[in-house]
Design a protein around this ligand. Structure first.
Ligand SMILES: O=C(O)CCC(=O)C(=O)O
Length: 861
């Protein structure tokens, strides 16, 4: 009964919502009225939600009804709505929801030299054309935003070439590969594309499969804005006011030509690679932008294009008075079309389109107009219609989560495609995939995954104190000091002192003490609601400071309770006393540990974070002014690495690379890549830190002097007093000479390891320094060397004194507790988390917010 009521509400909601968007929703209504009505979709269940807000805050079971839709066997997807069969409103949805367009920046998505997706959007290049079934577009790369004052005034973003494109540029060579090998490409149109005659209904709409019929290079003149009154600032600064006051076109024309395509900077323009695409008939959908009655573009005979004209020469470009028309040369033949006005074959420019196997195009032409005939369909190689398309443009259904046994792999947070309306949505909610347009929810309950199946099989199951507590990496120049102590029960406490103040405590328990964490991990995964036990409402939240205009979701799922979270993501906050049971239980566990350091610690904010395989938390710091100086966290499930690096800014040590590296995921099995020096006695501060709450970081001076006075020779590679595997990572090339090992007696008496800033070999990070790309300027300085180097991907090696900003990498395993103490860690450093698989982390903050209740750790369990 209840179900029926919900369904009726839902249908009304849809009817209204979708009618506005001209989406045919009759099928759903028929389903409700006639239960026998079959909808062609595969077998799965949808939960229907009246609106997103309710979906966010209310448990699924109270609101939803299960509508199971069973499909008749059918190979071809039957579109049930007009418009594109696949579309999205953000780039992230497109990238997460499809396999064929996963590029967040470029317009060509290619992998291993093969183009999968091609996006036409925003500003085209000169002579781009679009008819629907055919279009001419350009390869990617080497564009820069124009800094023209006139365009800035108009607030118009305009991109133009800043150097010549080369056939070996990655996206161009991939497009050439698709052209030569006749590989179909999925084409997507963005709503900012200006050349369609039809309306583009959504931000990104998949058009369908196309083949590339022609590829050629041409000269793109640099457009001159109506900035005639502006002068060339560089020339003015250099004192030649006569030249400077010349109109820009003139100074640009004086650019010297250089030989060779690709490195060529021809007079007044750059080489641009162009491609003609044509719709492939043999595909699953007809063009959605053509109405049923509209005739398909008239075909013209291919023979017209393949006949070699009697007066053709071997030269690729022929300029003939009386008109400029684009003609094509295919597979070694000059093809020609009648000039539009003259109706004859006499006036033409023949362009040498690439012949099969060739990647060079000599003497690219400049003054062209595209013949209308060249845009008519009919030039596609017959091979395109002989084979089935490689895959459906409809993304596959989400996986069957009920079968999960050991991890939540990348498939589990791939976006989903709504069969009802065509929208692709990111997986935002832990409990399922929901269409952001029509709100249909594809529910996912997975069996509880025990922590035991996620553990690293190559890591011992410790009954006593762990041996390999880390760190995975500690930079020799960081000045960070490490100490290790064994607490009752075999818990290993590792303390890291940071040179400018601040400490990190890392508690690692033997197996027998991980039972609480085991239970908690399972509690967090519980999906059944009960009056006492709410499920944790994990969801992916939008980034707070994203540079992209559209909504961009954070990688990981999170849930905040207590004081409002004000960091990298915009997370809603539930009051602590109404937080789910799992969250309150986690708080209790961490309080028990944090009181080992200071019995006064009280946390009033808990951020729970769930990561599926491949998800991570990227660089950030937790230094919000409301947040107290203690931040604690508990790890559950798969291992993770927590990386710390210097922040960019006035405090960055001068020898630290300004580049953002290392990027991406940590290497598997990474070792400590420093030489670790030994000191016989711990500095005073460290001794206190080991004792407990009195710890404070040593000053730079203390550290420097203790290191200087106590620095001992290095142990041999692979040897440390604590059984930690240490390898010296050296830059490639000439081997370095390592200092002799320290005497055994000295090593045995050592309790601390310091990464001394003095007398330690520096791991040089041989980074490629790529000069910052300059804005395109309308003058001859466009082709200055630094810009050219950057854009040709050439590189220079950073100086020997430049080292990575990353100072410390810790491995966090199931049941580990980490406590960061001191604002300095947030002020001078940032951190990032890289889990190796399904993992839940909890972070506790003590926020200075007096009006919120401070949760007591003495709760009943
Ligand atoms: O997942 C983790 O343990 C790290 C989380 C974190 O860095 C943070 O919330 O600040």
């Amino acid at each position: 009964m209840n179900n029926q009521i919900t369904l009726t509400k839902y249908t009304l909601y849809y009817t209204q919502d979708l009618l506005e968007q001209s989406i045919d929703f009759r099928s759903l209504m028929m389903t409700e009225n006639d239960p026998d009505q079959r909808i062609p979709t595969s077998l799965h269940s949808f939960n229907m939600l009246p609106d997103q807000d309710q979906a966010q805050y209310h448990p699924a079971t109270n609101l939803t009804t299960n509508l199971t839709i069973e499909s008749p066997p059918c190979d071809v997807f039957q579109p049930r709505h007009r418009g594109p069969q696949v579309w999205s409103e953000t780039r992230q949805e497109l990238c997460e929801g499809t396999t064929y367009f996963r590029s967040y920046h470029g317009g060509v998505y290619h992998k291993n030299g093969v183009v999968f997706g091609f996006l036409i959007d925003g500003w085209g290049s000169m002579r781009d054309e679009f008819t629907g079934r055919t279009f001419i577009s350009h390869g990617g790369g080497r564009s820069a935003s124009s800094s023209s004052a006139a365009l800035k005034r108009q607030k118009v973003a305009k991109y133009r070439l800043s150097s010549s494109q080369n056939s070996s540029d990655l996206s161009i060579s991939a497009l050439l590969n698709s052209y030569h090998e006749k590989k179909p490409v999925v084409v997507i149109v963005g709503s900012r594309y200006k050349k369609t005659t039809f309306e583009i209904p959504h931000r990104y709409c998949v058009l369908g499969w196309y083949g590339i019929t022609h590829a050629w290079a041409e000269i793109e003149e640099q457009e001159i804005d109506n900035d005639g009154d502006l002068t060339d600032e560089d020339l003015l600064i250099n004192g030649d006011t006569r030249d400077a006051k010349r109109p820009k076109r003139e100074s640009m024309e004086s650019t010297t030509s250089r030989p060779g395509l690709g490195t060529l900077e021809p007079r007044g323009g750059f080489v641009r690679w162009k491609f003609r695409f044509e719709w492939i008939e043999n595909q699953e959908f007809a063009p959605w932008w053509e109405s049923d009655t509209q005739p398909i573009g008239e075909r013209i005979s291919k023979s017209e294009f393949q006949s070699e004209p009697s007066n053709s020469t071997s030269s690729s470009v022929r300029h003939v008075a009386g008109g400029t028309q684009l003609y094509t040369k295919r597979v070694g033949y000059v093809s020609m079309l009648p000039a539009k006005d003259s109706g004859s074959f006499n006036s033409y420019v023949a362009i040498q389109c690439l012949t099969v196997g060739s990647t060079t195009c000599d003497d690219p032409p400049k003054d062209l107009t595209i013949s209308e005939d060249f845009l008519a369909p009919g030039l596609l190689a017959p091979e395109f219609d002989q084979w089935a398309m490689p895959f459906s443009i409809i993304p596959p259904l989400p996986p069957d989560t009920t079968k999960v046994t050991h991890d939540l792999g990348r498939l589990f947070w791939k976006g989903s495609h709504c069969e009802r309306c065509g929208r692709i949505s990111c997986r935002e909610q832990w409990r399922g995939w929901q269409c952001q347009n029509c709100r249909a929810l594809h529910n996912t309950a997975h069996p509880i995954i025990p922590a035991a199946v996620l553990r690293n099989p190559n890591s011992p199951l410790y009954d006593g104190p762990v041996l390999d507590e880390g760190p995975v990496h500690i930079s020799t120049t960081s000045g960070i000091v490490k100490a290790r102590e064994i607490l009752p029960g075999g818990v290993v406490k590792v303390v890291y002192l940071f040179p400018k103040g601040g400490l990190i405590f890392h508690f690692i328990s033997p197996q027998s003490l991980k039972r609480e964490a085991d239970e908690l991990f399972e509690l967090y995964q519980t999906q059944e609601e009960s009056p006492e036990r709410d499920i944790v409402g994990f969801r992916r939240h939008p980034l707070a400071h994203s540079k992209v205009r559209s909504r961009l979701l954070a990688n990981q799922f999170s849930y905040n309770a207590g004081a409002p979270y004000k960091h990298a993501v915009r997370v809603e906050t539930a009051p602590l006393d109404q937080a789910p049971f799992a969250v309150r239980r986690a708080l209790q566990i961490v309080h028990n540990t944090s009181r080992l350091i200071n019995p006064e610690y009280e946390f009033n904010e808990v951020l729970s974070i769930a990561y599926m395989e491949g998800q991570r938390m990227s660089w950030h710091n937790d230094g919000e002014k409301d947040v107290g100086e203690i931040i604690a966290s508990l790890s559950m499930g798969s291992d993770a690495e927590l990386w710390f690096r210097h922040k960019r800014g006035p405090h960055t040590p001068p020898n630290v690379s300004p580049l953002q590296r290392p990027r991406g995921r940590p290497r598997k099995g990474a070792n400590i890549d420093v030489a670790v020096s030994q000191v016989p006695d711990p500095p005073v501060q460290m001794a206190k830190a080991l004792d407990g709450s009195e710890a404070s970081a040593p000053s730079n001076e203390t550290l420097a002097s203790s290191s200087a006075s106590t620095a001992a020779p290095f142990p041999a590679p692979g040897q440390t007093p604590f059984g930690i595997s240490v390898t010296i990572k050296r830059p490639r090339g000439r081997p370095r000479k390592l200092p002799a090992p320290a005497p055994a007696s000295l090593l045995e008496s050592t309790k601390l390891m310091t990464c001394s800033p003095i007398a330690t070999p520096v791991t040089v990070n041989r980074q490629k320094r790529i000069p910052k790309r300059k804005h395109t300027k309308l003058n001859s300085q466009d082709s200055d060397d630094s810009v050219s180097i950057a854009q040709r991907g050439e590189a220079t090696v950073a100086s020997e004194s430049t080292v990575s900003r990353t100072v410390l990498k810790l491995r966090l395993s199931h049941g580990d507790i980490l406590i960061m103490r001191g604002r300095e860690i947030q002020k001078y450093y940032e951190h990032a988390a890289y889990p190796t698989g399904f993992r839940i982390g909890m972070v506790w903050f003590c926020s200075y917010i007096t009006f919120l209740p401070v949760f007591s750790a003495q709760m009943s369990y």
